[in-house]
Design a protein around this ligand. Sequence first.
Ligand SMILES: Nc1ncnc2c1ncn2[C@@H]1O[C@H](COP(=O)(O)OP(=O)(O)OP(=O)(O)O)[C@@H](O)[C@H]1O
Length: 197
Amino acid sequence: MSAAIGSELLFADVTFAVGPGECVVLSGRNGSGKSTLLGCLYGTRQVSSGVVRVGGMTPDERKVGFRRRVSVVLDDSALFDELTARQHLDLLLRSFPAVDHRGVEGWLGLAGLDERADVPALGLSAGQRRRLLLTGAVARDHDVLLLDEPERALDTAGREWLIGLIAAERRRGTAVVVASHHGPLADRVGAARVELG
Ligand SMILES: Nc1ncnc2c1ncn2[C@@H]1O[C@H](COP(=O)(O)OP(=O)(O)OP(=O)(O)O)[C@@H](O)[C@H]1O
């Protein structure tokens, strides 16, 4: 696939496939097009040439059938300021089929947010909000996971937690695409790399 912004070609002839349980890490300098490529995979951006299929579908975030199979934490993913971590996960698990039976308390534990469960998102730290977003993305049923710089705001322990999260996603058969500036991530999760720029 290729993508351009106006007349400027961002990347050309990028080809990769990610099967169930596989992971690709997109790397490259600032502005090389990683977020744009993820947008092409989610259907918020259009490729200028080539074919993109995600979960057997043409990416289109407006289609419920597509959104139900593809879970994302992208640049513009956000939380409701007034809702607590517990309320976010409860809302999510009422809106989408759950990936397993562990329930809200189990996911709060996985996020490491048990003690902050009843604090409105506005009162969480940036790293805690990121853990909540990522936990929500994996808690709802999905086949494909798209993450844009998931390591942002995470401390050293949080980055280890993220690596465990992606490894668990691979084990459950999710196809994962991650844009990241975190050098060790690809090796640690055994991912293939696609370098842009
Ligand atoms: N909506 C837009 N309109 C115009 N130009 C855009 C738009 N979105 C992105 N760009 C440009 O496209 C290029 C690629 O941006 P993109 O966000 O995909 O890069 P990136 O590799 O994710 O960068 P970073 O590592 O900084 O997150 C940049 O030069 C950016 O300025």
